[in-house]
Structures are given as structure tokens and as C-alpha cells.
Design a protein around this ligand. Structure first.
Ligand code: AMP
Length: 266
């Protein structure tokens, strides 16, 4: 009979101690995989963790609600925190280390030093969320310096974020492999998101029409009109040709006070 001992992740709040611990793992030639998150973990995050687990020796998960990427302070204050269920998912996916720093641990300079990008970060979500991607790129750069992973995992649900981080890794010559994971959806098509918890029952009912419209409309203008007709407040819908020549449709909408984003290949 084999007894399965549950993996209990080590929790670090100190960047210095985590860095030292991982330094010693590296000298043993262990490969480090890293999944950054803001917590309120769901099956989308779990897919990233499972992939990272299967490809690395040491699996690091960060849980940090990064204040600097919220252009709307009310959105930050309402961001869900579900520590106990996050821990259960971390155990289930055999996470080795959880990094859960405070704001001052991550920002000893109080965000006076920043990483910013001046083209793509001002388009799509960047237009209506000024400063959002400065916060994202800065915190990810800090994580990458502290953890120095071999591989880092991001979801296609946040496609613009994924592209910007890919560009940052290239631009700053970081020796890190970025792995993307396709969007995990509910059975009705709604992309899983930590913010979905904030939808009322009525809002949750119409939310899947966002994805359905993105995949069925014949062009971005038509999608915009259909979404408005269904009662969404539309931020943008845009069709874009990517560097690989493929077409992708990007959208962001509000249902009540909740902002949802999605993107699909067309
Ligand atoms: P977040 O905690 O929302 O910042 O997301 C952390 C990571 O999980 C990011 O790389 C996201 O793109 C990814 N992610 C969030 N939701 C999904 C999803 N439904 N499917 C795949 N990846 C996701």
C-alpha cells in the first residue's frame, strides 16, 4: 500500500529569502517554473499550474493583488480574496512554493521605478486603463528578477498582457521561456475569470453572450452593435492581424460594474 503524503507548499513573504532558497535549488540544476497570479484561483489558473508542474522540477506560484495595475481603486478594493481555496488548489496541483508578498515588499521604492512600453500598451485595454500595463510589466519584471525561473506561464485570456510580456522578455534579454496556455471557459463559453464571482445571477446569465458574439459576428462593428443590443456597455471590439499573420478579435465590455475581457481567433 502506498501512502500519499499531501504536498504542503512553503509560503514566502520575503523576496530575499525566496531568492536565496531558489538560488540553492538552481545550483542543484533543478528547473524552475513560475505562475504569477492575483489569487482567487479557478480552473484557468489550475491549467497553468498543471502545465508548469509537468514541465519543471520546482513550481512557484505567486499570489499578489498588484495595486499598481488597477487604474480604478474601487476595482482593486473589490478584488476577490479567497486564500483558503487558493491554498487547496496549490496543494492539489503540487505547488512547491507560494510567494505572497506585501505591497512594501514588492515596492520598496513606492513604484518610483517602472517598466513601461510605449506602443501596444496604449492600445486596446491600455486606452481605457491608463497605466495598467506599466503596473503589470513592472510587477512581472520584479517577479522575474526575484525568482529567475526557467519558464513562466501566462494565459491567452489576457492576450495583450501575454504579448507585452513576451516583448519585455525579448527587449531586456531575459533568459526565460514564456509558455502560453489557451483560455479555459465555463461550459457556456464564458472565459473563467476571478471577476466572474462579482456578477449577479442576472448578469451571469447574459455574460456568455460576450464570447458567443465575438465568435459569431462577421466583423468587429457588428459585434459591437450586437453586444450593445444585449445590454453590455462596450469598451472596444477590434479585429487585429497578429505578427504570425493570424486574425484575432479582442473585446472588453462592462456588465454593471464588472469589466470582462476576451479574445478569440477568427
Ligand atoms: P490573474 O490572476 O487574473 O492575474 O491571472 C493570472 C494568470 O492566469 C494570467 O496569466 C492569466 O492570463 C491566466 N488566466 C486567468 N484566467 C484564465 C483562463 N480562463 N484561462 C487561462 N488562463 C487564465
Amino acid at each position: 500500500m502506498t501512502i500519499k503524503i499531501p504536498n504542503v507548499p512553503k509560503i514566502f513573504e520575503s523576496a530575499k529569502l525566496l531568492n536565496q532558497f531558489l538560488q540553492s535549488e538552481r545550483t542543484r540544476n533543478l528547473k524552475i517554473g513560475f505562475v504569477p497570479t492575483m489569487g482567487a484561483l479557478h480552473l484557468g489558473h489550475q491549467k497553468l499550474l498543471e502545465k508548469a508542474r509537468s514541465e519543471n522540477d520546482v513550481l512557484v506560484l505567486s499570489i499578489f493583488v498588484n495595486r499598481t495595475q488597477f487604474n480604478d481603486i474601487a476595482d482593486f478594493q473589490k478584488y476577490p480574496v479567497t486564500w483558503d481555496s487558493d491554498l487547496a488548489i496549490a496543494q492539489k496541483t503540487n505547488v512547491d512554493l507560494i510567494f505572497n508578498p506585501s505591497f512594501s515588499e514588492m515596492y520598496p521604492d513606492d513604484f518610483s521605478y517602472q517598466v513601461s512600453e510605449t506602443k501596444l500598451s496604449l492600445e486596446l485595454c491600455g486606452k481605457s486603463r491608463p497605466g495598467h500595463f506599466d503596473g503589470v510589466l513592472t510587477v512581472v519584471m520584479k517577479f522575474l528578477q526575484i525568482i529567475q525561473p526557467n519558464r513562466v506561464y501566462f494565459g491567452e485570456k489576457d492576450y495583450q498582457q501575454l504579448s507585452l510580456i513576451e516583448g519585455m522578455i525579448k527587449s531586456f534579454f531575459l533568459d526565460i521561456q514564456l509558455i502560453s496556455v489557451s483560455t479555459v471557459r465555463e461550459s457556456d463559453g464564458l472565459a473563467m475569470s476571478s471577476r466572474n464571482i462579482r456578477l449577479t445571477a442576472d448578469e451571469r446569465q447574459i455574460a456568455p453572450l460576450f464570447y458567443k458574439t465575438l465568435i459569431t459576428a462577421s466583423n468587429a462593428d457588428e459585434a459591437y452593435k450586437i453586444l450593445e443590443y444585449h445590454g453590455f456597455r462596450v469598451d472596444y471590439v477590434e479585429d487585429r492581424k497578429l505578427t504570425d499573420g493570424k486574425l484575432r478579435r479582442f473585446g472588453a465590455v462592462y456588465i454593471g460594474s464588472v469589466r470582462l475581457i476576451d479574445n478569440v481567433s477568427i
